[in-house]
Design a protein around this ligand. Sequence first.
Ligand code: NAD
Ligand code: UD1
Length: 339
Amino acid sequence: MKVLVTGGAGYIGSHTCVALIEAGHQPIALDNLCNSNPESLRRVAVITGCEVPFIQGDVCDEAVLEQVFAAHSDIGCVIHFAGLKAVGESVAKPLDYYRNNLLSTMSLVRVMGRHGVKKIIFSSSATVYAADNEMPLREDSKTGSCTNPYGWSKYMCEQILRDVAKADSAWSVVLLRYFNPVGAHPSGLMGEHPNGIPSNLMPFISQTAVGKREKLSIFGNDYDTPDGTGVRDYIHVVDLARGHVAAVDHLLRHSGEAVFNLGTGRGCSVLELVHAFEEANGVTVPYTIAPRRSGDLATCYADPTKSHTELGWQAQYDRVDMCRDTWNWQRKNPNGYDE
Ligand code: NAD
Ligand code: UD1
């Protein structure tokens, strides 16, 4: 099936293009390249032997979307990755985040509706869950009380899509809540290259290991967790990408709205990840203990049972794979796709 992938040149989008092609689908990527490099799609072609048609354009722009749907009248469904995702930046520039993330979703759904394409998968996040839930998080755990505009924008997009599915039973909407995506394609050809100083843990670890950063600051070692450091559910980006293929199959068989966690169900502390990275790659990651980061939870991990039973999907890669593949990408591409 032809699948429009918005944000297809980005970290998760490009890995999902590989997974779609491997499953026999034909992805088309639409991206304005505000946080990516089209080299990622060239690498998709190297890995799969298939070129991904690419349109450079803004998903907020209905005229662009009209052209895409007119040129590809056989698009069967859309995976909507395009969005801004830096939590700290969203606090400083809330309007940029609300405008881009909400307007892109609304423009996309309006144009899809006009062209009779009523199947969409949306990139949501574990950040939509309220802070006072018990772990593990289930799809019916409490949502809301987000701590930043990025989180609210995901929460609001979920609501918009839910309302669209409620208003017209021809729609099929899958909301995927990602936990902590990490890792890279095992070939070392594709991975994540954050702009500037990484705010997420795994890229900070790998940049420290390669010598780009002096040392990692571990934000707090006095949490109520086994070793005092924060616990998260890290998921390999290739597993995450395959979760989207499973969601495409689900879209074809169901209408209405469905929400799924994409996580492993296994918590991993900051110290455990640092030590796993060191052991998997034979490197040292210097670190220091720093104060807690505001807005952080002690523990956050998924209950992935629903994804397993209803999507038939389960994460395959473990912590060692995530660390090995991150390092393989980092070493081979110290400047990401910019070389
Ligand atoms: P990314 O920045 O690598 O990819 C997003 C892509 O969207 C980029 O290529 C960017 O250029 C593009 N884009 C942004 N706004 C656009 C617009 N208006 N029109 C066209 N293209 C646009 O990020 P990612 O990590 O691949 O994340 C993909 C999606 O998953 C995002 O919606 C993000 O919020 C969500 N998500 C990511 C994580 C994570 O940790 N990476 C966690 C939860 C949810
Ligand atoms: C963060 C975002 C979340 C977003 C997710 C995407 C916040 C509060 N949350 O989640 O909304 O969906 O990224 O991947 O920003 N850590 C360190 N040192 C570092 C970086 C992180 O100790 O330099 C710790 C954090 O305190 C946390 C863990 O590592 O315990 C993971 O942090 P991070 O990778 O930023 O992810 P989240 O905070 O889970």
